[in-house]
Design a protein around this ligand. Structure first.
Ligand SMILES: [Zn+2]
Length: 432
């Protein structure tokens, strides 16, 4: 067959229809306060110029060009669009059953198409809460996350920028314990089971082919007892880095974290139990930690849902080990990116529930400016995308405005009045 496409493209390139492209629209945004995510400080009386989907200038002396659309946010605090570093948009757990039942139902009864469709309002709820970027790390069937991402990118549905992993690469059994012998084939609908070093390389190539943006592995497959071998993880990292894809590891124990870090991963998810020496190793190797912690409000909702008889004090005590390891990670100068791991129905929108992770960090005692950095600058570092998570010339025009000062009171983040994604206004509820 002759290929007409190059000829047609050649015609379009010289066609006056295409050459007469519209000049990009220019917006001038006046920010009362502006969060400098690189330094973790608030600046005052800043103007941001946006041309098309890109920030072209930021400062106090910026000249506003003639014809620019003025957006006056002088009564508000302007921040880079928030980044969620650990979501599961295509999964919903009722909170009252075990994981095996949820995963089996998702694979066998719900199916990938319905899962992707149900992910649409969850993705939108993130945007409404000021999250312009979401890193979705598995439990999305067979690349249904890639389908949702493409639908958002082409404008068929509304949502944040998605960075998706496709099915997580795991050792035998994935995270699905307890299936009867002969029925374990369900697991392959949700996880890519790795059987040796060559298979590990093949799995990464499959993910590259199907459009994954990053590779998620399970160093340990908790609640299952299996581990990937260090050799398998090394092969995954080597193959993924060849394709400029980052690798992040679910790792809940110190042993699982150390093995993954030794294999060369870029990120550690959860890291619930971790030694100081391992945190030190992570810092040396520039491995980012995503502490998926729950705040008191969500923990209380979950306890109530499960009809557990726990006092407020007992609920607080449950969080103490996570608080303590978060502060040790900070002391070790390990980079922390904010990720919620929220997939439970607790009566809030997914975006609202996900944001509670920032309050969990505050309850642990992390300074508020560092929490905001974890949800902006550090999230961008984890993704390896310097055009995200900052309000600087050259960055993508993803920004939000909130009422109040989140460096004094984090609950200001709950009052999002404006969201700009890729230079486009997607939400505005400002008072005139
Ligand atoms: Zn997760």
């Amino acid at each position: 067959m002759r290929h007409l496409l190059p000829l047609l493209l050649g015609w379009f390139m010289v066609s006056p229809l295409v050459v007469r492209a519209q000049a990009p629209d220019v917006k001038a945004i006046k920010a009362g306060k502006l969060f400098d995510s690189e330094r973790g400080v608030l600046l005052t009386k800043q103007t941001i110029l946006v041309s098309g989907n890109t920030i072209t200038a930021v400062g106090s002396e910026v000249q506003i060009p003639r014809g620019a659309t003025l957006i006056d946010l002088s009564e508000y605090t302007v921040l880079p669009g928030l980044i969620e570093s650990h979501s599961h948009l295509l999964m919903e757990h009722p909170g009252t059953e075990d994981n095996t039942l949820t995963v089996t139902k998702a694979v066998a009864l719900e199916g990938d198409v319905l899962r992707a469709l149900r992910g649409v309002p969850r993705a939108k709820s993130y945007l409404e809460e000021g999250y312009t970027t979401v890193r979705d790390v598995g439990n999305a069937g067979q690349f249904a996350d890639v389908a949702l991402k493409r639908a958002i990118d082409e404008g068929s549905v509304v949502g944040p920028r998605l960075y998706v992993s496709g099915p997580g690469l795991a050792a035998e059994g994935g995270q699905v314990p307890g299936l009867a012998p002969g029925q374990t084939h369900f697991i392959a609908g949700e996880y890519r089971i790795i059987r040796g070093v060559e298979d590990a390389r093949l799995a990464v190539r499959e993910h590259v082919y199907h459009g994954a943006d990053l590779i998620k592995i399970y160093s340990n497959s908790s609640p299952n007892k299996t581990y990937l071998s260090v050799e398998e993880m090394k092969a995954i990292v080597e193959e993924a880095h060849l394709h400029q894809l980052k690798v992040t590891a679910h790792a809940t124990t110190d042993l699982a974290i150390r093995r993954a870090v030794r294999a060369g991963v870029d990120g550690i998810e959860h890291g619930y139990v971790v030694a100081d020496s391992t945190l030190q190793l992570m810092r040396e190797r520039k491995v980012v930690l995503v502490p998926t912690d729950m705040d008191f409000l969500l923990a209380k909702k979950q306890v109530d849902k499960l009809k557990m008889n726990l006092s407020r004090e007992q609920i607080r005590d449950l969080a103490k080990p996570y608080h303590e390891r978060l502060l040790r990670a900070r002391r070790a100068n390990t980079t922390i990116a904010a990720g919620s791991d929220m997939y439970m129905d607790l009566g809030l929108s997914r975006g609202q529930a996900a944001k509670r992770v920032l309050f969990a960090y505050a309850e642990a005692g992390l300074p508020l400016n560092e929490i905001l950095q974890a949800a902006t600058w550090n999230g961008a570092q984890l993704l390896g995308e310097p055009r995200l998570g900052r309000l600087q010339a050259g960055a993508w025009a993803d920004l939000i405005a909130v009422k109040g000062n989140p460096l004094e009171d984090l609950s200001a983040l709950e009052k999002v009045v404006l969201v700009l994604k890729n230079g486009q206004l997607v939400l505005s509820t400002r008072q005139p």
